[in-house]
Design a protein around this ligand. Structure first.
Ligand code: FAD
Length: 410
């Protein structure tokens, strides 16, 4: 019955865990990260937003990320049949980073975790959190090693950064249904061989299916001549399509003229994968002795690539609050963490809902948009969804409603 004493334990060494760990360590706290896999490991979520660089910088990892040779990203492009429009994150309403990266997550996540380790964070790979008890004065955790042996940890606080593992939501019955229907993504990596001069490798390309407006594709170029390519659609849109995932993805791509054109020489060398039911929510973002970070809390939808940014923002906020709490201050996790984090998540929610009901697509593809309004929308697409000075953040629902009426096709 081995019992270890620690100050802060973080579940998961993905982006939210690595950033939170480094931030707490930099403030002088003892941090242990438990990670059930061995890195590098595959993860989905390869297109970053500018705002997430603010947290990478805060955690002292910006230089390492900039030196890693990832594909530079300056914005987002949208295409539907012959329509095309683009947003450049360097020309946006909110101050902040104008560029970011598109990353192979296996490499990126390992880099962040290694950086956290270099700063003194202890990471134990292939160790899984299997039980947690928050009934006493201090949290008690049960951990299983790869060889099957187990030990217990007594700590002051737990941050759940377990992503799709959703460890504490499952163990503590905190899971809640998402407000979005079940959608499914089928995706792969290809050697893209794109020679179309109109294709901008420094932007993600989001393509709308020409007939089915709720179906969309991502094309995320990497710096090595390869691309991440995926389609997202409601479960029923897959009915009657090939069961084989490669054939299914190719069929979807064949229905989008712009993708068919730019990918005509692509080499499909990697078996496609499927992920579904990824949208999730929780009843609470915190409780006595714990807080939920990143995807362990709410995950909306991948369309605006907001996942890693929200995850890192939650890490930054939680680390700052936990630092104060460990210093003896009383912290209001609801007011200072949950409410503030949800504000930006709700901004994204407005635009995700608008994407699927078509209203935000009308805005995005509108040809006569005022430049200042586009700069405000661009800020949100760059991840600055918490900037209350931006009217499209502060009053997102009302503003999008008005804009959508102006931009609706006659
Ligand atoms: P993760 O990266 O999932 O890390 C969690 C870690 O916890 C894992 O390493 C796991 O092994 C570990 N773990 C789990 N359970 C345990 C346990 N019991 N004990 C110990 N360790 C454990 N986001 C973007 O920013 N850009 C995109 O382009 C984008 N595209 C997406 C496309 C799709 C189809 C989907 C579904 C999501 C996409 N996302 C995107 C979202 C992105 O995947 C997540 O937001 C992001 O990975 C969250 O990071 P995280 O650190 O919270 O969790």
């Amino acid at each position: 019955h081995e019992l270890q004493q620690r100050q802060v334990v973080i579940i998961g060494a993905g982006p939210s865990g690595a950033i939170a760990g480094a931030l707490l360590k930099r403030k002088g706290h003892d941090v242990l990260i438990l990670e059930r896999q061995r890195f590098p490991r595959f993860s989905i979520g390869e297109s970053l937003l500018s705002h997430c660089l603010d947290f990478i910088e805060e955690a002292g990892m910006l230089e390492a990320v900039q030196a890693a040779g990832f594909q530079v990203k300056h914005g987002a492009a949208f295409g539907c049949d012959e329509r095309y429009t683009e947003f450049d994150f360097r020309d946006k309403f909110t101050a902040g980073h104008g560029s970011t990266f598109q990353v192979q997550r296996a490499t990126f996540d390992k880099l962040l975790a290694d950086q956290a380790e270099l700063q003194g964070v202890e990471i134990r790979y292939e160790e899984e959190l299997i039980a947690a008890d928050f009934a006493g004065a201090r949290p008690q955790l049960q951990v299983r090693r790869a060889d099957g042996s187990e030990y217990a940890i007594d700590c002051a606080f737990v941050l759940d950064a377990s992503g799709y593992g959703r460890v504490l939501p499952r163990l503590l019955d905190l899971e809640a249904p998402s407000c979005f229907p079940v959608r499914r993504a089928v995706f792969t990596h290809i050697e893209d061989r794109i020679d179309d001069p109109r294709f901008d490798r420094e932007k993600i390309l989001i393509t709308t299916h020409p007939e089915l407006r709720d179906v969309w594709y991502w094309t995320i170029p990497f710096s090595n001549g390869r691309c991440s390519l995926g389609v997202v659609a409601a479960a029923e849109r897959y009915e009657g399509r090939p069961v084989d995932l490669d054939a299914c993805l190719k069929e979807f791509v064949g229905e989008a003229p712009n993708l068919r054109r730019i990918l005509k020489n692509a080499v499909w060398d990697t078996p496609a994968r499927l992920i579904d039911g990824y949208s999730a929510n929780v009843k609470a973002l915190h409780g006595p002795g714990f807080a939920l970070l990143g995807n362990a809390a709410e995950f909306l939808d991948p369309v605006f690539s907001s996942g890693v940014t929200i995850a890192m923002r939650s890490s930054s906020m939680a680390a700052a609050l936990l630092h104060r709490q460990l210093g003896g201050e009383t912290v209001d996790w609801e007011a200072e963490f949950a409410v503030l984090l949800k504000r930006g998540v709700d901004t994204f929610r407005t635009y995700v809902e608008g994407w699927y009901d078509g209203s935000f697509q009308d805005v995005i593809y509108y040809e006569k948009a005022q430049p200042e309004i586009r700069r405000m929308v661009c800020s949100i697409l760059a991840g600055y969804a918490w900037d209350q000075n931006n009217p499209y953040v502060a009053e997102s629902r009302r503003r999008l409603g008005v804009l959508a009426q102006i931009c609706a096709p006659a």
